[in-house]
Write a new protein. Structure first.
Length: 178
């Protein structure tokens, strides 16, 4: 099954969901396409700012990811969530880029609005499937499109293929809590 996963790299809860999805790929025939969305774009024009981002720091990570390119997204996202713990503190950025095999100079792209068009286009593709009343992540799996799940922790890895909590929410999979 092909899965599209729209995410904003500044959201730590979405990163946990991505780790769950990586575990799903280890026990199910699932291929993931990692796609960007932006909480900055999502919140444009709203009276309230749920991310409390008046300075626009949420733009930085999505620009870095856009500059890194789609081929590097999966490995950069795995490293980013490990090394960049707080959305507004990128001191772990150089370590994340190094772990992903990418040049530290990509951090300079955080301030480059030249990437915003690509970010907006990817964001629009995801939000266009479900509406702008949701956040990150947006998942398209087969014919189903949904927001979330938003996870407080990554479910434990399965003990054998097809079992465990890792797949309990997967479309077409019976609930399991073993």
């Amino acid at each position: 099954m092909d899965v599209d996963f729209w995410f904003d790299p500044s959201c730590p809860l979405t990163w946990r969901t991505s780790r769950w999805l990586v575990e799903v790929t280890r026990v199910r025939d699932v291929s993931v396409r990692w796609r960007l969305m932006s909480l900055s774009v999502l919140n444009e024009g709203r009276d309230d700012d749920p991310e409390n981002d008046p300075e626009g720091w949420l733009w930085g990570p999505v620009r870095i990811f856009a500059a890194a390119g789609e081929a590097a997204t999966e490995r950069l996202y795995a490293a980013w969530g490990t090394h960049v713990v707080e959305p507004d503190d990128w001191t772990g950025g150089p370590r994340a880029l190094a772990a992903a095999g990418l040049p530290a100079a990509l951090l300079d792209e955080a301030g480059n609005p030249g990437w915003d068009g690509a970010v907006r286009a990817s964001h629009a593709a995801g939000v266009g499937l479900i509406g702008d009343h949701v956040g990150t992540p947006i998942v398209r799996a087969g014919g189903a499109v949904f927001f979330g799940p938003v996870l407080a922790r990554v479910p434990p890895a399965p003990r054998r293929a097809g079992c465990g909590t890792v797949c309990c929410w997967w479309p077409g999979r019976p609930a399991s809590t073993s």
